[in-house]
Design a protein around this ligand. Structure first.
Ligand code: R5P
Length: 309
C-alpha cells in the first residue's frame, strides 16, 4: 500500500506507476486552529504500508503530517509501516559542535520512531552517521548513481570535479573516480552568527578546465556563489553543478540565476515549483530508485544488489 503525503504527491504517483499500483486514498484537513486531521479512506489492516512524504517547505506542517499519517496507519493495524522520506531535514544538526545547542537530527529520528514507523527509506543524508540516530532499520540511499550516470553520458571533456566543501570531499572523490577526472576541494567556513558561508581556499587545480561542483543540497545558494567565484578566479572554464536536494529558498533561485553555470543537475527529492526552476536546470527523477527499493524491501530482497554491493 502506497500512501502519499501532501508534499510528495507527484513523486508518489511516479513511484506507483513504476510499481504498477494505485495510491491508497486518504483525506487531509487543516482546521482553523492549524490542527491537521488525516483519515484513511481504505483499510490498511495487515498491509505493508509505504508513506511517502518529503520534508520540504512548509517543513513543520509536512513533518507533522507525516507523523500523523504514521499514527493513523498504526491505529488501523497495518502490518509494517515504512516511511519514505526522500529529503530528511534537520540533518545538518547532527552534533553538539557549540555549547548549548541541540542535536535535532536525533530528535527527528526519535519522533519518527515514536510515531510508530518500523522502517525508513531516505536519500543522501547529510552525513552517514545519522543512520545511527535510528533504532529501526532503514535504507539510506544515494542519488549519486543517478546523477553521475547522467553526467558521464554528457561526455564533458577536460573535466574536474570540485567538492563544494571539505565535508563533501569523500563523496566528491567517488564522483571523480567514476568520471575519471581530477578532484579539487574548496575549503569553506560557515559564519555561525550570520549563517552565511565564505569560500576560502581551493585545494587542487582547475585552470583551463571545465568543472563540476558537487554538493548534497542548495538552500540560499551562498556556498555555490562563493565556490563559482573562487573557481572562475582560478581560471575554470564551463561550470556545471550537481546536487541532490533542491531545497532552494527564493533568494537562492535568484542567486543561482545570476551565476555563470552551464547546467544545474538535481533531483526531485523535493518538489520544485515552476517559479523555482531555471532554464539551465535538469531535474532527474528518483522515482525509479525509490520504486525499486520499495519493491525489494516489500519482497525481502537485497537492496545492495542494485548497486553491486
Ligand atoms: C553544507 O554543509 C551543505 O553541504 C551545503 O553546502 C549547504 O547546505 C548549502 O547551503 P547554502 O546554499 O545556503 O549555502
Amino acid at each position: 500500500m502506497l500512501l502519499a503525503g501532501s508534499a510528495s504527491v507527484a513523486l508518489c504517483k511516479e513511484i506507483g506507476a513504476y510499481l504498477g499500483i494505485e495510491l491508497g486514498e486518504s483525506e487531509r484537513l487543516v482546521f482553523p486552529n492549524e490542527n491537521i486531521f488525516i483519515q484513511l479512506k481504505e483499510s490498511v489492516r495487515g498491509q505493508d504500508v509505504y508513506i511517502v512524504q518529503t520534508m520540504s517547505s512548509p517543513l513543520h506542517d509536512n513533518f507533522m503530517e507525516l507523523l500523523i499519517m504514521v499514527d493513523a496507519v498504526k491505529r488501523d493495524s497495518a502490518g509494517r509501516i515504512n516511511v519514505v522520506i526522500p529529503y530528511m531535514a534537520y540533518t545538518r544538526s547532527d552534533k553538539k559542535d557549540q555549547p548549548r545547542v541541540p542535536i535535532t537530527a536525533r530528535l527527528v529520528a526519535n519522533m519518527i520512531e515514536t510515531a510508530g514507523a518500523d522502517r525508513y527509506i531516505t536519500i543522501d543524508l547529510h552525513t552517514g552517521q545519522i543512520q545511527g540516530f535510528f533504532n529501526i532499520p532503514g535504507d539510506a540511499l544515494t542519488a549519486f548513481h543517478l546523477m553521475s550516470d547522467y553526467v558521464r553520458d554528457q561526455n564533458i571533456n577536460n573535466l574536474a570535479v570540485v567538492s563544494a566543501d571539505l565535508g563533501f570531499a569523500k563523496k566528491a572523490r567517488n564522483w571523480a573516480e567514476k568520471l575519471g577526472t581530477p578532484l579539487a576541494v574548496v575549503e569553506k567556513r560557515r559564519l555561525f552568527n550570520t549563517g552565511q558561508s565564505e569560500a576560502l581556499t581551493l585545494i587542487g587545480d582547475v585552470a583551463g578546465k571545465n568543472v563540476l561542483i558537487v554538493d548534497d543540497e542548495v538552500l540560499t545558494g551562498g556556498t555555490i556563489a562563493n565556490v563559482v567565484e573562487t573557481l572562475k578566479r582560478e581560471g575554470a572554464q564551463d561550470v556545471y553543478l550537481a546536487f541532490t536536494h533542491a531545497v532552494i529558498a527564493p533568494q537562492g533561485v535568484e542567486r543561482l540565476r545570476g551565476l555563470d553555470i552551464k547546467e544545474i543537475i538535481t533531483t526531485n527529492t523535493v518538489p520544485l515549483p515552476p517559479e523555482r526552476t531555471l532554464p539551465n536546470m535538469t531535474i532527474l527523477s528518483v522515482a525509479p530508485l525509490l520504486g525499486e527499493v520499495t519493491l525489494r524491501a516489500h519482497e525481502g530482497r537485497s537492496v545492495g544488489e542494485l548497486f553491486n554491493e
